[in-house]
Write a protein of this length. Structure first.
Length: 299
């Protein structure tokens, strides 16, 4: 698609993030106004308007507008929120659109080749060697119906199905097989917050949500590649909680592709027709612990 038709585009630059919002934010032909949009808890206003493209652009330093930063062993992750608060107009009794909050993230690697002196390796670039030895890039993305592309940010309704694709960029690493070790859903992005649930998504090697009568959650088989794992879960919300934004965080892990799946490294779904558990690959016995709900790991 044309860049101008993407609802929200984010550029993670060296010292700032640039968020470009198309005014047809929901794809329904109704153009939102720049005044209805803000960035971060500090509610920063836009920095640029482009009437010809109907876009609104926010430019903010990585530490500005109330953004937060998470430090991991390999990355710095800056998080903020794009907020849409519709103007009630001249008649505040009538509501024609709902507010929306869109999470924004920028990831920056912590490890790189930085030196004041020239480095002249004789056989391969230092960066390439470092990446080959230890850097694995994991991703978790919402995909469209046929899995051909990442899904644009739109709302979901109860009864819809989420297509989630986990992937690891192996670069020049040995071939790897990817697994989902555990997942948790929250309403704040903090995995220790409440309400939280592991069973509404995947509790890892066993996708327990598929055990319920009213759901179709399952891992997708066969895999497109060993370093990719796809799974589907039914859309849900927390009972009694008015918030409509839900965060799903998953812990991913890899094993050498040549190693056979086992009880700790597997992807099992419940087959309602056979009333039994079945793995994406490997023998059925590796899923036997799923019925007990204890596979010796985070499942």
């Amino acid at each position: 698609r044309s860049q101008s038709r993407i609802p929200v585009a984010v550029q993670c630059q060296e010292a700032q993030l640039v968020v470009t919002v198309h005014r047809d934010l929901f794809g329904n032909g109704r153009l939102v106004s720049a005044a209805e949009l803000s960035l971060g808890p500090a509610a920063c206003k836009h920095s640029r308007l482009d009437p010809s493209r109907n876009t609104v652009t926010f430019s903010a330093g990585l530490h500005e507008c109330g953004s937060t930063v998470q430090v991991t062993p390999d990355s710095l992750i800056y998080r903020t929120l794009l907020s849409y608060e519709p103007d009630p107009g001249s008649n505040p009794v009538i509501v024609r659109s709902s507010p929306a909050v869109i999470p924004i993230e920028c990831h920056y690697p912590r490890r790189d080749n930085v030196s004041s002196g020239a480095i002249r390796p004789t056989w391969s670039p230092f960066n390439s060697a470092l990446a080959a030895e230890e850097k694995l890039l994991f991703s978790l993305r919402l995909m469209n119906e046929d899995w051909s592309a990442e899904r644009a940010f739109t709302g979901f309704r109860l009864g819809d199905v989420l297509n989630i694709q986990a992937e690891v960029g192996t670069q020049s690493h040995v071939p790897l097989r990817l697994f989902v070790d555990s997942c948790v859903a929250t309403v704040s992005g903090d995995t220790s917050s409440c309400p939280t649930t592991p069973s509404s998504t995947s509790t890892g090697p066993c996708l327990v949500d598929g055990r319920s009568d009213a759901t179709s959650s399952a891992f997708v088989t066969p895999r497109p590649r060993q370093d990719v794992l796809r799974f589907q879960i039914d859309v849900f919300r927390f009972a009694g909680d008015p918030r409509n934004l839900i965060y799903i965080a998953c812990h991913l892990k890899v094993t050498p592709a040549e190693r056979s799946p086992d009880a700790l490294n597997k992807a099992c779904s419940f087959n309602k027709a056979r009333n039994s558990w079945a793995p994406v690959e490997g023998t059925r016995d590796i899923c036997s612990c799923c019925e007990l709900g204890d596979c010796g790991g985070s499942a």
